[in-house]
Design a protein. Structure first.
Lengths: 258, 645
């Protein structure tokens, strides 16, 4: 397969406004969208702003919307498009534009701070932690998250509803709550912190109506809805409405596997 | 000159990878108000790309392991050029640094009895790498990031502010370390988003900026790896150590061209993957060097048995240190036995069931599937060497991580030199970040506390000069340029630099080519002064690259000059014209310093250049550490007189 010329439309502008700009640009064998953006920088638009780092799908920096779909530019191969197709690249819609393809993702860092950290268990020193692989499998899935924030971008709760942002942590950080909740040695409960309840009461879990958009865009293939959000919802419901479950949990500590 | 915003901090950490974050945590916990400055978003640093694991002699999988064995492996891997005290501290402290991560929430893969699992890796005698699948770096960076957030949550509770004692300035770049006489007084930086300049006044600065790989064309490194910290230290008057030692990781992707260089983790071999040439031969058996003859299997059968019974068999030569494997692959390709795209074959598909591959190497499976249309559970990968790591770096005091000659300057992680000698073992990088990141943070905080009440003042002239230097690319139109000639395109200059370093100071080096490289660098240096940019200061990548070019050119000259000087082959430095390791060179370190410390950066003379080299004889290895090796082994590395001392 040899090189060809593709038609790109890239959003350029800043907080004051902007629009789509047309480019004709060379494409070679095996390239990804980020390669093409870099070629535009090197040859046609040296000040085109774009965030990127590893170019290997590991850091989650180069998130953008390609033909309207939230994706990592470094993991989107040009071969998935027809050669005569116009490829439109725009910044993440849920976050304020800084410049061109770069958005202000500060929302996510703010939400990260609102989730209480891991609470180490009393009486266990460094080197004394013992956990079984089957017990860490579930939280480990969530720790694959590269914080590309595509799930946060696509989630309809905030995508076009700025007003929901203060009350809603978004799939990434609800998943963080689930991760800590499933950590076999997290001792939050001993300090009076009920992570399941905070998911509902403080992080806006109730806004989620499990449309699975977040799971669909996750470049790591994490089953955010099925494995993090739904279990969190089920347990939040248990706790809130089922007095027997509530009582049981007070009498004996639940094992990490349930 | 316009007024530049200033803030006061006790410790400023430049870089937010593993070393920088660990340093920041330590400094903050020791009571120093600490600022972290990083080029990317918080949590995106290059550390996330580390795959295989963290080397630490916890002895969870093989009880024979201990710090002494780890120390020995590290020294052997570095061909005894390592700063032995750093290698000792590293081996002793790495287990504590890993266990501590668990108390901050890290979730490593487990052994059957619930401890941290450890895997085999090149050059390590026992399974030693704590890991999480093949995404260990992500776990490390996320754990440190979340620990920082935890500390900020504590501060919020106490002071009402998250950032009162520990603040991350993300997407900001430091262009100069400021000084008061000989000692550090702060840093000058710009914010990418706004292009705004600012000064952080601080008596202690920890440099933790990582490596230099972006000066090479084929590299596993991300855009941030432009040698910023190396250059900042040089410009501040600190020497760099042994910059000729650059590690080419043996297994990078070779196809398609746009992903050439992306890393294929060593875990593939640690877990059983084998290297074959186009004739289907496991060629590594032909490349076991004499110094390692007794430690590696001589037949495929023995090598295969080792995975099940490591106590009675020797390890396969695919697990030799990286420099050995990279050279072997290079030689096979050169001899015409390469794969279709100029690499060799790395195969796990015939060695492990598909489901095991997907579980143990999920990122690799994903990476090849998505980027190369290769299913690694069904076919072999094509791999070849890629510029991965620089062993050389800022010369530091082993115990304190203090940069030599500049009070208040500290360095940790890849940017610091010495720990890994001439070649780094896989897995020793993440442990290095933690061990020396912590030490740098600790000593920087102590130093800053000691100066409380007598903070070094920041000199306005230096701030103005730094601002003028940073703005230069916007006015490149005028100065020193013949009428009508357009400014140089920074992207073009960068590509030419990468090509030159790749071709002329790459994995196999020759005297004539390195001289040619120095001439090319002199030419690029002149042209880089004319690098010009369009647009304005707000998030302008062309401008940022123009500023990074200064650093890449400085560091590249260090590499080329030191490589030309060292007339032997050792670890990551291979001279075709001096193919043997020379015991007399073992004791010699090469130090690079700025020729004109007043900052005259335009030196165009390829002979003199900007960098001066000096040779320095190292301290003898402490006797109790030497006693950990057999005499027969030491004879291979040490000069006669060292043996009888």
């Amino acid at each position: 397969m040899s090189g060809y010329t593709a038609h790109f439309r890239v959003w350029r502008g800043d907080v004051g406004g902007g629009g789509l700009e047309d480019f004709k640009v060379e494409v070679n064998d095996g390239e990804v969208v980020l390669d093409i953006i870099h070629r535009l920088q090197a040859t046609q638009a040296p000040d085109l702003a774009v965030r990127w780092n590893c170019k290997a799908g590991k850091c989650g920096s180069c998130s953008a919307e390609i033909n309207g779909r939230p994706r990592l530019m470094c993991m989107t191969r040009m071969s998935v498009f027809e050669r005569d197709e116009t490829i439109t690249v725009t910044p993440l819609r849920a976050f304020p534009v800084v410049r061109d393809l770069v958005t202000d993702v500060g929302f996510n860092y703010q939400k990260a701070r609102e989730v209480p950290a891991f609470v180490p268990p009393e009486g266990l020193g460094p080197g004394e932690y013992r956990m079984m692989q089957e017990d860490v499998d579930r939280p480990q899935e969530f720790r694959k998250c590269i914080e590309c924030f595509l799930c946060q971008d696509t989630c309809h709760v905030v995508r076009d509803h700025e007003e929901n942002k203060p009350a809603f942590a978004g799939p990434r950080f609800l998943m963080r709550v689930a991760e800590l909740d499933m950590h076999p040695l997290d001792a939050a409960e001993d300090t009076g912190l009920d992570r399941k309840r905070t998911a509902q009461d403080e992080h806006g879990l109730g806004y989620c109506n499990i449309t699975k958009c977040c799971t669909e865009v996750c470049p790591e293939g994490i089953r955010i809805t099925d494995n993090a959000l739904i279990p969190l919802k089920e347990r939040a419901v248990d706790r809130k409405y089922d007095p027997l479950v509530w009582l049981g949990s007070k009498i004996r500590r639940r094992s990490s596997a349930d | 000159m316009s007024v530049v915003e200033r803030q006061e901090w006790d410790v400023v950490v430049v870089g937010a990878g593993g070393a920088g974050l660990r340093a920041a945590i330590e400094a903050r916990e020791r009571g120093a108000r600490t600022a972290v400055i990083c080029k990317s978003l918080f949590g995106k640093a290059h550390t996330v790309m580390a795959e295989g694991g963290i080397a630490a002699a916890m002895a969870n999988v093989n009880s024979g392991d201990n710090w002494q064995v780890h120390f020995r492996d590290t020294m052997r891997g570095g061909k005894f050029l390592n700063q032995w005290r750093m290698a000792e501290l590293h081996a002793r402290e790495a287990p504590d640094r890993v266990w501590e991560l668990e108390t901050w929430g890290a979730l490593f893969d487990r052994t059957k009895d619930g401890r941290i699992s450890q895997r085999n890796f090149g050059g390590h005698e026992y399974p030693r790498l704590a890991h999480v699948g093949d995404r260990t770096g992500l776990e490390l960076i996320r754990t440190l990031q979340q620990k920082i957030v935890a500390l900020q949550q504590e501060d919020h509770k106490e002071t009402g502010e998250y950032e009162s004692r520990l603040k991350v300035f993300q997407e900001c770049t430091v262009t100069r370390v400021l000084k008061d006489g000989g000692r550090v007084s702060g840093v000058f930086a710009y914010e990418r988003e706004s292009g705004r300049f600012f000064v952080l006044e601080a008596p202690a600065v920890v440099i933790a900026t990582g490596g230099i790989g972006k000066s090479f064309k084929v590299t596993s490194n991300s855009w941030e790896y432009t040698g910023d910290g190396h250059a900042l230290a040089l410009l501040a008057g600190a020497p760099l150590l042994n910059m000729e030692f650059v590690q080419f990781h043996p297994t990078g992707m070779v196809w398609p061209p746009s992903v050439k260089g992306i890393l294929v983790t060593e875990s593939v071999r640690g877990d059983g993957g084998v290297l074959r040439n186009s004739e289907g031969k496991r060629f590594m058996f032909d490349y076991i060097p004499d110094v390692f003859k007794e430690k590696y299997a001589q037949s495929e059968e023995e090598g295969d048995r080792w995975y099940e019974d490591p106590d009675h068999n020797r390890r396969p030569p695919e697990l030799l240190p990286r420099d050995e494997v990279a050279r072997a692959i290079n030689a096979e390709v050169k001899a015409g036995r390469g794969s279709p795209h100029g690499g060799v074959f790395l195969d796990v598909s015939t060695r492990m069931p598909a489901e095991v591959i997907r579980r143990r190497l999920p990122s690799m499976y994903h990476q090849f599937k998505e980027l190369a249309d290769v299913d690694i559970t069904a076919e072999a990968m094509e791999v070849g060497p890629t510029c991965h790591y620089v062993m050389g770096g800022i010369a530091v005091e082993s115990d304190t991580a203090a940069a030599r000659g500049v009070p208040g300057l500290f360095a940790a992680g890849e940017v610091a030199g010495g720990m890994h000698g001439s070649n780094r073992l896989g897995g020793n990088s993440l442990s290095d970040l933690l061990v020396f990141g912590r030490r740098a943070g600790l000593h920087a905080a102590e130093y800053a506390t000691g100066l409380a009440g007598a903070r070094p003042p920041v000199d306005d002239e230096q701030v103005d000069a730094a601002a003028a230097e940073a703005l230069r690319p916007f006015s490149a139109e005028g100065e020193g340029r013949p009428e009508g000639q357009p400014p140089e395109n920074p992207y073009t200059l960068h590509q030419e630099l990468q090509q030159a370093m790749n071709d002329l100071v790459g994995i196999i080096r020759r005297e004539g080519e390195m001289e040619q490289a120095l001439e090319k660098l002199a030419d690029l240096r002149v042209r880089a002064r004319r690098a010009g940019v369009e647009g304005h200061r707000q998030f302008n990548p062309g401008w940022h690259l123009s500023l990074d070019l200064r650093n890449m050119l400085l560091v590249s000259e260090c590499v080329a000059r030191a490589a030309l000087e060292r007339t032997e082959s050792r670890g990551g430095h291979t001279r075709e014209d001096h193919p043997a390791m020379d015991r007399d060179w073992r004791r010699l370190n090469l130090l690079c310093r700025l020729t004109d410390p007043t900052g005259g950066l335009a030196a165009t003379d390829p002979v003199a250049g900007q960098i001066s080299l000096t040779r320095e004889t190292t301290d003898p290895i402490r006797p109790d550490l030497l006693a950990l090796f057999d005499k027969e082994e030491l004879v291979k590395y040490l000069a006669e007189e060292e043996l009888y001392e």
